[in-house]
Design a protein around this ligand. Structure first.
Ligand code: SF4
Length: 213
């Protein structure tokens, strides 16, 4: 087993990646989007909400407010009505409008392409920024959501106490070219098998998992 007290070995990390490649070769972003701004907005809406529900909500939102210049001038109440199905709608509507104002004010209405610029936008954290970098711009992005955090601990890849520490551990272990796909694969495995409560270890074929040894 390669995930001991000294941390995972390179061989063990390769085993994890091979396991994910075999089980989830086509894992990808489930949010529907037509451009970086739409992915950014959809990711904001996806907090505490399923991707499927976000995908049902965004067509009407983007039809009414196609880009940041439109949302920056939007009536907040109208945005709230449009995003209500996603939950926390007042909070999310305000974030979308403030985010759009920031994009128009500081970036000419374009979504910036660096982590530093993205996290400086209102309501955008590292997770959201990495979703956009990885899926809209093809840059490496580790998306440490609740699934990836759980999987990282169970697989012995990180003992980090928060998403930032986990992201840093994963970034040291996994080649950047794999970050985006690895995030999608871990999230898919976390949803389907390695669930938060009662992971289906008997169905899981990852025999090197520290929980099985
Ligand atoms: S063996 Fe169990 S804990 Fe380990 S990855 Fe599979 S489901 Fe998760």
């Amino acid at each position: 087993m390669g995930a001991g007290a000294k941390g995972p070995t390179a061989a063990y990390v390769r085993e994890v990646l091979a396991f994910f490649d075999a089980g989830y070769p086509e894992a990808a972003c489930a949010l529907k989007f037509g451009n970086p701004f739409q992915l950014l907005a959809a990711t904001v809406l996806s907090a505490q909400c399923t991707d499927a529900r976000v995908n049902l909500t965004t067509p009407a939102l983007f039809a009414r407010f196609p880009g940041p210049a439109d949302l920056a001038q939007a009536d907040l109440g109208e945005v709230e009505d449009l995003v209500r199905p996603c939950g926390f709608y007042r909070h999310k509507a305000r974030h979308l409008v403030e985010l759009s104002l920031g994009l128009c004010r500081d970036h000419g209405g374009e979504v910036p392409r660096t982590l530093e610029e993205l996290v400086a936008l209102p309501g955008v954290g590292r997770k959201t920024a990495n979703v956009v970098l990885g899926n809209a711009f093809g840059q490496p992005g580790l998306t440490v959501d609740t699934h990836l955090a759980r999987l990282s601990r169970r697989l012995g890849l990180s003992a980090g106490r928060n998403p930032e520490e986990i992201e840093a551990d994963l970034a040291r272990l996994i080649p950047p070219a794999r970050w985006t796909l690895f995030s999608h694969q871990a999230i898919a495995h976390g949803r389907a098998v390695c669930r938060a409560r009662r992971p289906a270890c008997e169905e899981c074929r990852f025999e090197s998992c520290p929980r099985l040894i």
